[in-house]
Design a protein around this ligand. Structure first.
Ligand SMILES: C[S@@+](CC[C@H](N)C(=O)[O-])C[C@H]1O[C@@H](n2cnc3c(N)ncnc32)[C@H](O)[C@@H]1O
Length: 256
């Protein structure tokens, strides 16, 4: 059994995370640079250290989960969401069930609430936001961001929904109250059903083809008929019909 396979097995036992479902070359590169920096010579030694050292385990999780995010990431897509997709979804239902999957530090679900507030009062907005990594969920709940995370936020929205605290910006409580954060592993945990909108962006790129296939099939089952999947701007689905999806707009898929 190779060094990396032993590592994968150990991590799965310890954390439930299956690294075999992430693209191997990319993951190995990221983790090798971390263990070398920490002074280990191979994956097996790194694993025994991880099993004993909680801080190192957190650093490993941080490295494997690539948490970069920003508000209104790829701004044009959020305009389509606001002006086309939400009006479409709201035609049939005023209470939307929305899921931001792999939400990282919260910029994405908070952006969803801000965009949807153009159509509905905040008291009627409820967003489920999940991620594998508990550290990012803690940051998300805090809701404090550097200015660069807000680069794409329209100025009136920034003025309405953020308080400046020195060089940081804090999301107002009225927005925070619309989002429920939960730990969820897309590769392992069960999925809720009957969603009107699932947003899952900039995480599928890290998974193997088999893992992606399984996740798209799960998303399809989780959406109601007519519900929408919003994906990242490098994550087009090559064969949407396989999952009962039709293209609604670029990077938006409608479940038949
Ligand atoms: C690059 S961030 C994307 C954040 C946000 N969706 C965006 O587009 O800006 C990728 C996130 O996927 C999460 N992630 C990685 N593997 C996951 C899994 N198996 N289940 C759930 N989340 C996962 C990471 O923890 C990380 O926060």
């Amino acid at each position: 059994m190779s060094d990396y396979v032993q590592f994968i097995n150990g991590i799965k036992r310890k954390t439930g995370i299956d690294l075999a479902l992430y693209k191997e070359a990319q993951m190995k590169r990221r983790l090798t640079s971390l263990y070398e920096k920490k002074g280990f010579g191979n994956f097996v030694d790194f694993l025994s250290a991880l099993e004993k050292d909680r801080d190192l385990m957190n650093e490993f999780l941080d490295r494997m989960t690539i948490n970069v995010s920003e508000f209104y990431r790829n701004g044009k897509r959020w305009e389509v969401l606001q002006n086309k997709i939400f009006p479409l979804l709201l035609q049939s239902n005023k209470r939307l069930k929305i899921w931001s999957a792999a939400c990282s530090t919260g910029e994405e679900p908070y952006s969803l609430a801000m965009v949807l507030s153009h159509h509905l009062p905040l008291s009627q907005i409820n967003i489920l936001a999940t991620d594998l990594d508990e550290n990012v969920l803690q940051k998300a709940k805090l809701g404090l961001y550097p200015e660069r995370s807000l680069a794409e936020v329209p100025k009136p929205i920034q003025a309405k929904y953020f308080n400046q605290e020195e060089q940081f910006y804090k999301v107002k409580d009225e927005i925070k109250r619309t989002v429920t954060f939960k730990k969820h592993n897309l590769l392992k945990d069960s999925y809720e059903s009957n969603f009107d909108l699932i947003v899952c962006r900039n995480v599928m790129i890290y998974f193997t083809e088999e893992a992606k296939d399984q996740i798209y099939a799960n998303f399809s089952k989780s959406l109601r008929s007519g519900g929408i999947l919003f994906v990242g701007s490098t994550e087009q689905i090559f064969n949407p019909a396989r999952y009962d999806f039709e293209v609604e707009d670029t990077f938006f898929y409608r479940k038949k």
